[in-house]
Ligand binder design. Structure first.
Ligand code: ADP
Ligand code: ADP
Ligand code: MG
Length: 666
């Protein structure tokens, strides 16, 4: 085994690799960008080297700097994690040239699978079934349109070099093809430095089922069963589970064989994943092979009891695979949920900002939290907005889902928009609970997953008010201790005021609803009036913003986190964001332009689609912004006229910047 391994990554996966290396007695070296100087992965590692500015291109993608860091620290191996350089053949080659072992497959295998098109041609020759499509070199727009028509609508245009669900367009008819192709090629060029695409049949209601494979340098290859990753948004996984519900032993054996054949066809060594798309009839087709550790590998670890990073390090050090196919078995069921800083109500738009409060559920044998983020860290537009992965293991799928719901209900994130509540609804939704899975589940369950602004329960208003009062009291108590006369009436929190009565009001707002709660002081308790009904409330604030309350004789446990004027009330697995309203301040609400004419996040203008001075219909695309490696189209909020564009193509814009001067038609 190696003495020292360098991890060429950040975030949760860097922390994950460090954990196993440490258990094996291997010294770890982290690399970090200037933005990550105090990040968790840097603190966990035995040594850390700064490799450049925040932008990934200048740090986590800087091959020269990373190799230099490995040489300087005596690292004998480099683990690339996933994303960044994990599937970069030039990086693997540079490692080989400089000395350290690249923890991954041979360069030739990365190259063979690096292009989705080339990989498909190779798999067709190896007898692995494919989705019908065109995977050739001809990139002429007219030719591709003809191919699409031949394949039959709908088709999917995919960046050959793509990944992470980016660089894909569904096209439902000939009329949309040219625009979709241009946009897909732009995103591919910007995101992957390669604008080549393939076109294939778009399957309706398919499932994504992938096989974990492993090979060693001695020529052995096994599969570690499947993962079902059908629950996706924007072609990217949100929930992943193993084993796949409804999988028969025969189907598993057939998919396992196809996956091992695929790996053998390219002389595979190390961890890899062969992704299949399974059509409604149950036939499976090769989609792509990811030549690295997969984000969702923990579900496989949970059901096999193995540590895949340990296997990777052993194989990279030249050891044979620890187990044979016959020795591998499945135990129980595991589900992973990806916790993202993103706003489900705004099309899962990534959110940036500081994690003002971050409290994951407690870990146990059944509950695992893989994270690289801590309270106080910022989610920036430079990197992936994933905050953590929450993984649970149960004897059955039903058990695992129950545990996941419980753990999600305990998860508290404040400071950035996040998908925790959405995930709870997703796990609870009947289609998921019944394992009626396919990649369209989220869209189909829209009504259940995006309820119309659910009413805030009375208990949440009470909790917000009580937390406010208890905090005021604590602040007054500590101020009293600091002054000469601790008995001064000015420190009394029983509503005593010169010339004032003993009652006051606390006002909170949630969406359109504003409630003024009457507060009067009754001994050590408060009488809170909401909607002309009184409740006697008492309680205490515990560390971690936890409120233990008694409302009219019934106990209540909530977490009430303060962020500016916002009060995030976590109650019974849901989160209500109430704003504390200062009654002396009556500014107009939400002054900014409605309809998304402002930048939803920091980014770069990459195309002006409309022209200044021209009348457009409601919903017409006006300009395209690139942010977080994706394209976002800014559309007209109503029929009207574009007066002017505030930015030119290529210009960087800040979060909230006004992009277009727009005049709505009367
Ligand atoms: P990436 O490299 O971004 O992971 P994939 O080729 O693996 O790209 O596809 C990502 C997702 O897109 C799949 O999991 C699936 O949901 C969807 N997808 C891909 N190909 C097809 C297809 N031919 N028909 C329907 N959906 C598809
Ligand atoms: P998988 O196919 O393994 O499920 P995805 O394609 O969904 O993985 O995600 C891989 C993506 O993860 C990369 O394209 C990148 O955007 C993102 N990523 C890379 N490094 C990290 C990291 N350290 N933490 C979180 N996300 C990362
Ligand atoms: Mg994929």
């Amino acid at each position: 085994m190696f003495d020292t391994v360098l991890i060429a990554n950040r975030g949760e996966i860097a922390c994950r690799v460090i954990r196993t290396a440490r258990r094996l007695g291997v010294r770890t070296v982290a690399v970090y960008s200037e933005a990550d100087a105090t990040a968790r992965h840097v603190r966990l590692a035995d040594a850390a080297v700064c490799i450049g500015p925040a932008a990934a291109r200048e740090s986590y993608l800087n091959i020269e700097r990373i190799i230099a860091a490995a040489t300087a620290t005596g690292a004998q191996a480099i683990h690339p994690g996933y994303g960044f350089l994990a599937e970069n053949a030039d990086f693997a080659e540079a490692c080989a040239a400089a000395g350290p072992v690249f923890v991954g497959p041979p360069v030739a295998a990365i190259r063979a699978m690096g292009s989705k098109s080339a990989a498909k041609n190779l798999m067709a020759r190896a007898g692995v079934p494919l989705v019908p499509g065109y995977h050739g070199d001809n990139q002429d727009a007219g030719f591709l349109a003809d191919e699409a028509a031949r394949i039959g609508w709908p088709v999917l245009i995919k960046a050959s070099a793509g990944g992470g669900g980016k660089g894909m367009r569904i096209v439902r008819g000939a009329g949309e093809f040219a625009d979709a192709l241009a946009s897909c090629k732009r995103e591919a060029a910007a995101g992957f430095g390669d604008d080549r695409v393939l076109v294939e049949k778009y399957l309706e209601r398919p499932r994504h089922i992938e096989m974990q494979v492993f090979g060693d340098a001695q020529g052995h290859a096994v599969h570690l069963f499947e993962r079902d990753c059908s629950v996706q948004r924007r072609h990217q996984k949100v929930l992943e589970e193993a084993p796949a519900p409804g999988m028969t032993a025969e189907r598993r054996a057939a998919m396992g064989k196809a996956a091992v054949d695929a790996a053998r066809a390219v002389g595979y060594v190390g961890a890899g994943t062969v992704e299949f798309i399974v059509d409604a009839g149950g036939d499976f087709h090769f989609m792509e092979m990811n030549t690295r550790l997969q984000v969702e590998h923990p579900v496989t670890e949970m059901i096999t009891g193995l540590d895949l990073v340990e296997w990777q390090l052993r194989v990279a050090a030249g050891e044979p695979l620890p187990l044979t196919q016959e020795q591998l078995a499945i135990r129980g069921h595991a589900v992973e949920a990806r916790i993202y800083a993103e706003d489900p109500d705004k099309g899962f738009l990534p959110s940036t900002g500081r994690l003002l409060h971050l409290a994951p559920p407690a870990e146990s044998l059944q509950v695992r939290v893989d994270t690289g983020a801590e309270e106080g860290d910022a989610i920036t537009p430079h990197y992936d907005p994933m905050i953590a992965k929450l993984i649970v293991h149960g004897e059955t799928r039903e058990r695992a889902c129950a545990l996941l719901l419980q753990a999600l209900a305990q998860y508290r994130v404040v400071g950035v928009a996040n998908n925790v509540e959405f995930l709870s609804r997703l796990v609870a939704c009947p289609a998921f609970a019944q394992a009626d899975l396919d990649t369209g589940l989220i869209e189909r369950q829209h009504g259940f997953l995006f309820p119309q602004h659910a009413a805030v329960p009375r208990e949440a208003w009470l909790a917000a008010a009580l937390a406010e009062l208890l905090r005021e009291q604590a602040a007054a108590d500590s101020a009293a201790q600091d002054t000469a006369d601790p008995h001064s009436p000015w420190h009394r929190r029983d509503g005593w005021r010169v010339n004032l009565g003993v009652s006051r009001r606390l006002t909170f707002r949630c969406g359109e609803t504003t409630k003024a709660l009457g507060v009067s002081y009754v001994g050590n308790a408060y009488r809170l009036d909401v909607d002309r009904q009184a409740t006697l409330a008492s309680g205490e604030m515990l560390p971690g913003s936890q409120l233990r309350a008694d409302f009219g004789g019934s106990r209540s446990a909530a977490t009430v986190v303060v962020a500016g004027e916002k009060r995030h009330v976590f109650l019974h697995g849901r989160c209500f964001v109430l704003a504390a309203v200062d009654p002396l301040y009556h500014a107009g609400e939400g002054g900014g332009a409605e309809g998304g004419l402002t930048a939803p996040m920091p980014g770069k203008v990459i195309a002006l689609v409309a022209s200044a001075g021209v009348k457009v219909d409601k919903g017409a695309p006006l300009l395209i912004l690139e942010a977080m490696k994706m394209e976002h189209t800014i559309c007209a909020p109503s029929a009207g006229t574009v007066k002017s564009f505030r930015y030119a193509v290529g210009e960087q814009v800040a979060d909230g910047a006004e992009l277009v001067e727009f005049e709505a038609a009367r």
